[in-house]
Design a protein around this ligand. Structure first.
Ligand SMILES: [Zn+2]
Ligand SMILES: [Zn+2]
Length: 254
């Protein structure tokens, strides 16, 4: 299975689109504006969406993706998320004011089927398995672990320091790739703490607990903080660990 990065920015346009990854051909991880990088045909191939939380940079394209399925008679979407996230989608997006309520239309099989998950729950994928991971954000959130045939990728979603997340990663022997948000540089550690995001000083001690062979991908960086944040990460990272900014178009093989 491959993971294709369609968007990994904290802020649309700096650079590119907001969080959305394609796992295989039929599964999206989050549905930010990065989803608009897919062709209509590729959008119709998507069967399920694994959401991390309700913020619009992670789910804002979902109503438009559902509309592509509704307009072309596609298979519709199974959307997996915490109950609180699904409740937010029902109340604030698919409410017949912001957008048609595709969670009830058509009645016999709606275009959007909301499926609640809890931390630890698994979702079978065509070529692997996803498991919900704990996260600590300003709204209820989760991360996702994606087990491929040979390799395993962890995605933090939006999260401040969440020790259970890092403990679970340390207990995953097949782990090869971690996509971790680091939104702010250490100068803005206060904003990071207030908003449930990471800064380098919080992340760096956690990296020592991972095998040095794990490849770390940094996503969701604030456009103003990017240079300082990057210097702080590179100065403090464990020797030998490969750390890269997550860029649109990147393909990660699992
Ligand atoms: Zn968020
Ligand atoms: Zn975000």
């Amino acid at each position: 299975m491959h993971i294709k990065i369609l968007g990994a920015a904290a802020c649309a346009g700096h650079p590119g689109q907001t969080t959305c990854f394609l796992a295989g051909d039929d599964t999206l991880m989050d549905c930010g504006t990065g989803c608009c990088n897919l062709s209509e045909r590729a959008m119709l191939a998507v069967r399920r969406v694994l959401l991390t939380h309700s913020h619009i940079d992670h789910c804002g394209f979902l109503p438009l993706l559902a509309d592509v399925h509704a307009s072309h008679g596609g298979p519709g979407l199974d959307v997996y998320a915490l109950p609180e996230t699904l409740d937010a989608l029902r109340r604030h997006l698919f409410n017949n004011v912001m957008w048609p309520d595709y969670t009830r239309q058509p009645q016999e099989r709606p275009w959007v089927r909301l499926i609640p998950v809890a931390v630890g729950d698994g979702v079978e994928l065509d070529e692997g398995r996803a498991v919900a991971l704990p996260a600590a954000h300003s709204v209820p959130g989760i991360g996702w672990l994606i087990h491929g045939a040979w390799r395993t990728l962890a995605f933090s979603g939006d999260s401040g320091l969440c020790l259970p997340f890092w403990r679970q990663l340390a207990d995953t022997p097949s782990l090869t790739d971690v996509i971790c948000e680091v939104t702010y540089s250490d100068e803005r550690a206060g904003d990071a703490a207030a908003q449930g995001h990471l800064s380098p000083a919080q992340l760096l001690p956690r990296l020592a607990e991972l095998p040095a062979s794990v490849r770390l991908w940094i996503s969701h960086t604030d456009p103003i903080c990017r240079e300082a944040l990057w210097q702080q990460l590179q100065l403090g990272a464990p020797a030998g660990m490969l750390i890269s900014p997550l860029k649109e178009g990147t393909l990660i093989e699992l």
